[in-house]
Every structure is written in C-alpha cells, then in structure tokens.
Write a new protein. Structure first.
Length: 167
C-alpha cells in the first residue's frame, strides 16, 4: 500500500474484506473470541484504509502469510491530498514556429509551392528553438520540413520537365 493511500476513505467492500480476514484468523485460532469481537466492532467504525490495515497488520493476509504492513505514516500539511487528486501541471508550450512550419507545408497546394520555402525556414528555426527551450512541437516542425522539401522537389521537377522536355 502506498503511503498516500492510508488516508483514503474505505468503502463497505473494503470493510467486508477486512472482516473476512478477521473471521479466518478467528477460525484458525489466531484470535480469541473477545479480541475478534473487539476488532470486528472497530472495523465497522473504520473510515480509512489506514485504520483497516492497522486492525489486521499482525495477521497473515493470504495463503503464504504476508508480512505485516507498516503503520500508517502521519501526513503533513503538504501531503494532505494524494497526488492522484492534485491538479495536473499545465501542458508544455508548443513552439509557434513549428505550428507555422506545419501550416505552411500543408497549404502548399493552394499557394502553388510559394509556402514551401517558409515551411523549411520555420521548420529549421523551430527545431533549433525546441532543442534549447524544451518546448513541444518537434513532430510539427519535422512534418513542416518534410512537406516543404517535398514541395520544393515537386516544383523543381515540374520546372525541369517544362524546360527540358519539348512540348
């Protein structure tokens, strides 16, 4: 059990599993009747996993006899809320030049290749910035570069065939 789970609220199903462990321990002779009754009452009043785990910490919890669990740690003011329920950190900033490179690469068919050179320039500049700043957008920059170079190659082939091949 993780340390932050000791303060987590227990459900009725968790209490039922703990009661099953106590019944098994009583049936095996590990608890006498008075201790079984006392622990049963405490299980029914328990509110957290930590309280439940302390009630069965000295009992084996399976066919192999698991080692006893550690006592619940005291949660400080900074650990009052488990990490699961804390707000997510803000997403990393996406490099705007990478976005521009991708857009320029995608609009090439509509600009007859005029945006291929800006896609290449923005792609190289954004990859350089991403390496130094740690921003997101490397995939966009790469896609813009690839589309830009494909556009340049396509328009060079069109120009070559228009000049070399007599029409």
């Amino acid at each position: 059990m993780q340390p932050w789970q000791y303060g987590m609220r227990a459900a009725q199903a968790d209490r039922d599993r703990t009661l099953d462990l106590l019944r098994a321990a009583y049936g095996e002779g590990r608890l006498d009747e008075a201790e079984h009754q006392q622990r049963t009452e405490m299980v029914l009043r328990a509110k957290t996993y930590g309280e439940l785990s302390q009630l069965v910490a000295d009992l084996p919890q399976g066919p192999m006899g698991m080692p006893p669990m550690q006592a619940a740690p005291t949660l400080g003011p900074t650990q009052a809320v488990p990490g699961t329920f804390r707000p997510l950190p803000p997403p990393a900033k996406t490099n705007s030049m990478a976005v521009g490179s991708l857009i320029c690469g995608l609009v090439q068919p509509f600009t007859f290749g005029a945006s291929a050179i800006p896609a290449i320039i923005l792609g190289h500049a954004s990859k350089s910035q991403i390496r130094t700043s740690g921003e997101e957008g490397d995939g966009m920059a790469t896609a813009g570069l690839v589309l830009g170079w494909l556009g340049v190659a396509f328009w060079l082939m069109v120009a070559f065939f228009a000049l070399v091949v007599p029409g």
